[in-house]
Design a binder for this molecule. Structure first.
Ligand SMILES: Cc1ncc(COP(=O)(O)O)c(C=O)c1O
Length: 380
């Protein structure tokens, strides 16, 4: 059956601005991830840092056995809204959070040997399975902001710092060096991991291969991923875990916005929107990348910048063109705005956060949340 995509009448009933998760698209992604688990014997858990819209968890947990948390707040969200296994990794644990995390976690990964030493008695007392984040010194990520293997990186322990034996009490190894990469990148990364850490993999009970696997992107080689996981399990007799965030929310819905004004300056026309690139889509400026807009064309007759609501001069996105002129009241639909958006929003300038809702399989829209003054004031 063909998917019923949101029509303009439905879109016009949705409060603007709004992140709209499409139920069917999310479920399709979860089915792919579940297929990988079942075919490979590995485990796929949700990285809450990338997608934590808990209203969807009743569906997500039908497919994934748990979550990975980077803080006590994420661990509590996992416990209260997801259930299942709670894995934890943070570049550094806060002294006032570690006990709470150990209370709930099944697995906890430390970023340094010193931190493991600091907390190992607590970890053992709680019976939590402990791991070390390793730095394989190999990453194909070209943007330094997202590359944990830059020289001098604070993320992960290098092989020579560990030596021949896993520290007593450490059961797992964890690496996270991918970012929206294919299985071929994982294959090359594993060569580096095995070369530097192969002797330690033989001693470990589990290997967590982090996130950054673009498993739900069209053209991703799931067969290769499945083979790689199977080989690891066979060669080292260990459990293999993946903890994607992006792959769960990948292309599962847009951020719907509205044109509020059109301003012209020195030949540039800007359609002013009711959303902010800085506050509601920060990766567009940080990474940076240009989001796709529904209906925008390569070389249309009418050219616009899209302007955000905050006073930041750079809160705009250049270079969109359309076949027809934009006018006040038009909807601008920014595609693929579910992962790493809601988790990173701010209320800079006091701008409201966009609402959050779901376009359901039956064609209806369910509003999960809208925000107002209290949400803004609460964080100050
Ligand atoms: C340690 C770790 N695990 C998992 C993830 C999730 O990565 P992604 O959302 O790219 O799959 C991240 C993201 O930064 C991470 O740092």
């Amino acid at each position: 059956m063909n998917r019923q995509s949101m029509d303009i009448n439905t879109i016009n009933t949705i409060p603007s601005p709004c992140y709209v998760i499409e139920e069917e698209l999310l479920e399709n992604n979860l089915k792919v991830l579940d297929m990988v688990q079942k075919a490979s014997g590995g485990k796929v858990i949700l990285a809450l840092k990338g997608f934590s819209t808990y209203h969807t968890f009743p569906m997500v947990k039908k497919y994934l056995p748990g979550v990975t948390a980077s803080s006590l707040n994420e661990a509590l969200l996992g416990v209260n809204e997801f259930g299942g296994e709670i894995h934890a990794y943070s570049p550094v644990y806060l002294p006032n959070e570690i006990d709470g995390i150990l209370e709930h976690a099944s697995h906890v990964t430390f970023n340094s040997l010193a931190e493991w030493e600091r907390y190992k008695e607590k970890v053992k007392a709680k019976g939590v399975s402990a791991g070390l984040r390793i730095n394989p010194e190999y990453s194909e990520v070209t943007t330094d902001l997202y590359n944990p293997c830059v020289v001098g990186s604070r993320l992960g322990v290098r092989a020579e710092q560990i030596g021949d034996e896993l520290p007593e009490g450490i059961e797992g190894l964890h690496f996270h060096t991918l970012c929206e990469n294919g299985a071929e990148t994982l294959e090359r990364t594993l060569e580096a991991v095995e070369e530097r850490f192969g002797h330690l993999l033989h001693q470990a009970k589990w290997l967590n291969m982090g996130g950054g696997h673009a498993i739900t992107r069209k053209g991703y080689d799931t067969e290769l991923l499945i083979n790689l996981i199977q080989q690891l399990r066979k060669n080292y007799n260990l459990q293999v875990i993946l903890e994607p965030g992006s792959a769960v929310g990948w292309e599962t819905g847009p951020l719907i916005s509205t044109v509020l004004d059109i301003v012209e300056n020195q030949g540039t026309t800007t359609a002013m929107l009711d959303v902010s690139f800085a506050a509601h889509m920060p990766d567009t400026l940080e990474m940076p990348y240009k989001p796709r807009v529904r209906g925008a064309v390569e070389d249309g007759k009418y050219h616009y910048n899209l302007g955000g609501t905050t006073c930041l001069a750079g809160d705009f996105m250049a270079g969109y063109s359309f076949e027809a002129p934009l006018k006040v009241g038009d909807k601008i639909i920014l595609e693929d705005m579910i992962h790493y958006t809601m988790v990173k929003t701010t209320t800079f300038n006091g701008v409201n956060l966009p609402s959050i809702g779901m376009y359901k399989k039956d064609g209806s829209f369910e509003l999960f949340k809208s925000f107002g003054y209290e949400s803004y004031k609460d964080r100050l």
